[in-house]
Design a protein. Sequence first.
Length: 191
Amino acid sequence: MSGARSFLVIAVAVLVLVFAIDSFAKTDYRKRNKEIFTEMVYSKAGESFSKSDVLPGGVTMQPLVAGVIPRGTERFAFGPGQEEAVRAGKELTSPLNGEDTANLDRGRELYGIYCTMCHDPAGNGEGIVTRRGMLRPPSLHAVRATQMADGEMFHILTKGQGNMASYAAQVSPLERWQIILHVRNLQEQSK
């Protein structure tokens, strides 16, 4: 009995001590605790595209590791360059039906957002950027563009070509096909 009694006395004493310290500390539970290792709370966050002394390449925005496919995207089995674009033209076909007005409307909307600044609304390559010193892009009504396979155009939207940057990060694969559908519609209207 004396072992249980001494344990009980020690437990009560510890409890009284904890409550006494708590009452003297006047803890305000609405505020943050005392910070000991402040580096964990106030870490130095790097801004995207800023310089870094720690990361490889000296920038915070790191490229994806080879072979990584981000969630929500599809694997694109074609590399950059003209030969790969031609190969994509032979191997890729549009999954969309040209008669579907919803896809045509969405393609027109996306073209207006992403393409008109360079290619202009009619596709002549006279967008507003050409008035501000950018090189004029080729007309979407030129023979090369009208004879280009849909898969090749999809490759250009995905990987970029010449002065045109890749739009893979901004426009999903389905949306790229919708833009191509709108471009084909523009080409048909100009005949």
